[in-house]
Ligand binder design. Structure first.
Ligand SMILES: Nc1ncnc2c1ncn2[C@@H]1O[C@H](COP(=O)(O)OP(=O)(O)OP(=O)(O)O)[C@@H](O)[C@H]1O
Ligand SMILES: [Mg+2]
Length: 355
């Protein structure tokens, strides 16, 4: 969907901010972009919406060179959350969010509903806040409005440059969840820059790690941890292997949300686009269902370590797998459960990796 071909950005003073990068962001993917300060993250983002023109190479969106798009249309269809909060100070929150929808000539009623929906989503009461000016909001609230403004006109692509940097950990976690559930719902293509490796691992379908204008590794989060391309990646990830020694039963989802009985399965009407597990009447695992079809899923034992469980995920394409104790199906383990555990583990140990 977004493809970089040998893209270089060299500034007049000779700084090569981005060096011949090749990168493909897939349709509907959330790609996190991470790396030390000055490695070229913001430059890479701004090349996508042509706020920066590369000195060499080409970028394609939907297989069309971005140079061939009308630049206004290109930008309207790419929501952008800037690294620094940049709301229009003289405009109300409502007006700030409305900028692109108004350019796209949305009708008033749709727009009003959209603003209510968006503000409510991030915990800003529309009644209280819609008429306020940015200066009458806290820094974190302003940052949320910045995110909403990027989402407002329903763009195909959303670029977020450290959108949560001014937020306290709790709001940050809340907004991470909001973005993830939003992403799950609407499957937009999102490129998300962060300094926080936990955030990058927890949020990204894939993580792109940059160093000195180059891409060092683009991979699924677990592959960065388990198969770092070199010692830079290893150092950047830090000593993250230990939480992977945690036993699976600490991490599994025991809500039975993805567990159905054989009767329910046979009665039909179970979600076709979800992966889930089915148990026998004695509580034992029967089979898994993927894309509406019965499949033979590997079974994870509750005492397996996370690292062992991961090897099952590497062999299979399923988003979740059954976990059993003495043959009984006690829950499911998903990739997201593992990443969230990893994140929490680092937080509770109070280790923060600075990039
Ligand atoms: N206008 C400019 N002229 C010269 N060099 C520039 C210019 N803009 C950026 N750079 C340099 O390009 C490199 C990449 O900058 P960029 O803003 O993309 O980094 P970044 O990864 O986003 O960093 P941070 O994490 O600090 O935001 C840096 O070395 C920066 O100093
Ligand atoms: Mg930056």
């Amino acid at each position: 969907m977004i493809t970089f071909k040998n893209v270089t950005k060299k500034y007049p003073d000779g700084t090569e901010a981005v060096k011949s990068i090749n990168l493909s962001v897939k349709d509907g993917e959330l790609l996190t972009l991470i790396g030390p300060s000055g490695c070229g993250k913001t430059t890479t983002m701004k090349i996508i919406n042509r706020l920066i023109e590369p000195t060499d190479g080409e970028v394609f969106i939907h297989n069309k060179n971005i140079q061939e798009y009308n630049i206004h249309e290109l930008r309207w269809n790419i929501g952008y959350v800037l690294q620094e909060i940049a709301l229009f100070p003289h405009m109300s929150i409502e007006e700030n969010i409305s900028v692109v929808p108004e350019m796209k000539k949305w009708n008033k009623k749709d727009l009003t509903n959209r603003i209510d929906e968006l503000m409510t989503m991030v915990g800003l009461d529309p009644e209280v806040h819609r008429k306020r000016k940015p200066s009458e909001l806290s820094g974190g609230q302003q940052q949320r409005v910045g995110v909403l403004r990027a989402l407002a006109a329903d763009p195909d692509i959303i670029l977020m440059d450290e959108p949560f940097s001014a937020l306290d950990p709790i709001s940050r976690e809340q907004l991470q969840k909001d973005i993830l559930s939003l992403h799950k719902e609407i499957r937009k293509t999102i490129v998300f820059v962060t300094h926080d490796i936990d955030e990058a691992l927890a949020m990204g379908d894939r993580v792109c790690l940059m160093q000195n204008g180059e891409i060092v590794q683009v991979d699924k989060p677990q592959n960065l941890i388990l198969h770092p391309a070199n010692s830079f990646v290893e150092d950047f990830i830090g000593g993250r292997k230990s939480p992977w020694q945690t036993a699976v039963d600490v991490i599994i989802d025991q809500t039975q949300q993805h567990v159905y009985s054989l009767q329910e399965f046979e009665a039909g009407a179970l979600p076709v686009d979800e992966t889930y597990t089915v148990k026998k009447s004695n509580g034992n695992f029967a089979f898994g269902v993927h894309k509406g079809r019965k499949v033979d899923m590997p079974v994870i034992e509750h005492g397996n370590t996370l690292a062992e469980a991961m090897s099952f995920f590497e062999q299979e394409n399923y988003s979740l797998l059954p976990v059993t104790r003495n043959n009984e199906l006690i829950g499911t383990l998903s990739y997201k459960d593992m990443v969230l555990h990893l994140k929490k583990h680092r937080r509770t140990k109070g280790e923060v990796i600075q990039s």
